[in-house]
Design a protein around this ligand. Structure first.
Ligand code: ATP
Length: 192
C-alpha cells in the first residue's frame, strides 16, 4: 500500500485547503521548526483512526480543529482525506485506489468516509488490517521511538521492520500452516 495524496482542511495549522502529493521517490518532508511537519504526520494518524488526542499532541479531540490565529478566525470543522494505492489482487500488475476521509465538527459530530461513502471506524481498521500501514503496525514511529529502534536488540529490530514491511501476516500464515501440517502428520501416523 502506498500513500498517494493527503488533503487537509481545517486540520491544526492547515486552515487553507492543503494538498500533499506523494509522488514516486518522495522520502522526506523538510521545513523550519513549527511549519507543520508533525501536523502532516498527525493528519495521517488521525485519518487512519487515531482515537487518542494525546497521540495527536492535544488534550481533547476537538484540539485538532484549526483554532484560529492573528489573521484567521477559528474553523468549525476539520477534514483530512488520504488517497492510497494498493495492488489489485484480481488484475496483477494493476493498482486500485482507495480514499479514506475523516471529519470532525467542533460540536463533536464526527464521521468517516471510504470512497465517499459514510463508514464506521471499524471499516477503516478492517481496510488497513494486515497492510502494514495501520496505527499498530509501526509504520508510524514517533521521534522517541526512533531512539528505541536504534538501541533495540537486533531480534527486536528485525521484528519491528518486518511488521512495518507487512510481511508479518505471511510469517503468521506460514506458522499456522506448519502447525496444521504437523497435526495432519500425527493424524496420519495414528490412522496407520
Ligand atoms: P517541529 O519542527 O517543532 O516539530 P513542526 O514543523 O513539526 O515543528 P508542527 O508541530 O507540526 O510543526 O506545527 C506546529 C504549528 O501548528 C504551531 O504553529 C501551532 O500553533 C500550530 N497548530 C497546532 N494545532 C493547531 C490548531 N488546532 N489550530 C491552529 N494552529 C495549530
Amino acid at each position: 500500500m502506498k500513500l498517494k495524496r493527503l488533503e487537509m482542511v481545517g486540520f491544526k495549522s492547515f486552515c487553507e485547503r492543503t494538498v500533499v502529493q506523494f509522488q514516486e521517490g518522495i522520502t522526506t518532508i523538510v521545513g523550519p521548526n513549527g511549519c507543520g511537519k508533525s501536523n502532516i504526520v498527525d493528519a495521517i494518524k488521525w485519518v487512519l483512526g487515531e482515537q487518542r488526542a494525546r497521540s495527536l499532541r492535544g488534550t481533547k479531540m476537538q484540539d485538532i480543529v484549526f483554532a484560529g490565529n492573528d489573521k484567521r478566525k477559528p474553523m468549525a470543522v476539520a477534514q483530512v482525506t488520504l488517497t492510497l494505492s494498493m495492488p489489485d489482487a484480481e488484475n496483477p500488475g494493476k493498482e486500485i485506489r482507495v480514499e479514506v476521509a475523516r471529519r470532525l465538527f467542533r460540536s463533536g459530530q464526527a464521521d468517516y468516509l471510504i470512497d465517499g461513502r459514510s463508514s464506521r471506524l471499524k471499516d477503516i481498521i478492517e481496510l488497513f488490517a494486515d497492510t502494514g500501514i495501520g496505527l499498530q503496525a509501526y509504520s508510524i514511529l514517533e521521534q522517541g521511538q526512533v531512539d528505541q529502534l536504534i538501541r533495540a536488540h537486533p531480534d527486536e529490530r528485525r521484528l519491528l521492520l518486518e511488521e512495518a514491511a507487512g510481511i508479518m501476516k505471511y510469517k503468521l500464515k506460514r506458522k499456522a500452516s506448519e502447525v496444521r501440517l504437523e497435526d495432519s502428520k500425527e493424524n496420519l501416523a495414528r490412522i496407520q
